[in-house]
Write a protein that binds this ligand. Sequence first.
Ligand SMILES: C[S@@+](CC[C@H](N)C(=O)[O-])C[C@H]1O[C@@H](n2cnc3c(N)ncnc32)[C@H](O)[C@@H]1O
Length: 270
Amino acid sequence: MAQRDLQTRALDNLQGKGTNPFGVEGALRYDMDAQHMPPHYKRAHKIQNDLVITSLRKSEQNKLHVVVDLGCGTANDGIDILSRTENEFYLGVDNSVPMIERAKCKMQSRAFEKRSYFLIRDFRQMSVMDITGTLSLLKLECRIKAVMSTLALHHYELEEKRHVYTLAHNLLPPGGRLVLTDLFSNGIQGCAQYALYWEIDQVCGTIENSKEKPIDSKLATTRSVDHYLRSNRPQRLLDEVGVLHDCGFAIVDIVYRSGQLSVIVAQTEK
Ligand SMILES: C[S@@+](CC[C@H](N)C(=O)[O-])C[C@H]1O[C@@H](n2cnc3c(N)ncnc32)[C@H](O)[C@@H]1O
């Protein structure tokens, strides 16, 4: 579809002007939206979780292997990871109480409450001690082997992300990995716009094809054109890679790219 058509379609579908997509109302509809995201989101989650599981399995025996998820939401990825592993522990961090409440309920319903823990915190203000101290209080014989963050950072400026990437780097052992899935922009204006409108077109497609009732225009949701046009602030992918290197990561790989969505793996020095 030509860029102008994509833009027109995006504006025609403008809806979902919610105030807080992770508030009480937003948390309730988040999992329904997550289920209906376009196929490239599902693919990115799968690649990301496979890579996290691979990192966790490289751990030494006799220790619980921990993945820390920064901006865990309702813990869909945590549930996928725990259901495909045996000796792994999931520590989710999020600053939305409604999202964490849902995450805890879902962990309980899957009998994963002993293999998971949640911290209600703003990850931009956390220290390594906040996380390692929590794990010691839980009296777990464990080692953090992976850090992940999915679709939680694209509202922030690069300067704010530096703190989060430095935190991730300092939590990881030598050769440890941060698996980052998020929306990123492009350096060339026309390419950036194309990526944005392609992304919006995919989301519009899932809204138009779904059998759900039309979204109430006041309801908070991330699955809306409004969210892509007015809320998201994706940074340029290559700038992001530069910041990850600045924060101490030795190798940064772009594992997947489709529209604005990318899976990045950043590894610490071995
Ligand atoms: C789009 S959701 C993604 C949730 C989950 N990672 C997933 O992929 O399903 C973004 C999440 O990041 C959380 N978040 C955003 N900024 C945050 C911050 N500064 N500190 C902690 N959590 C944050 C939001 O509350 C929300 O639950």
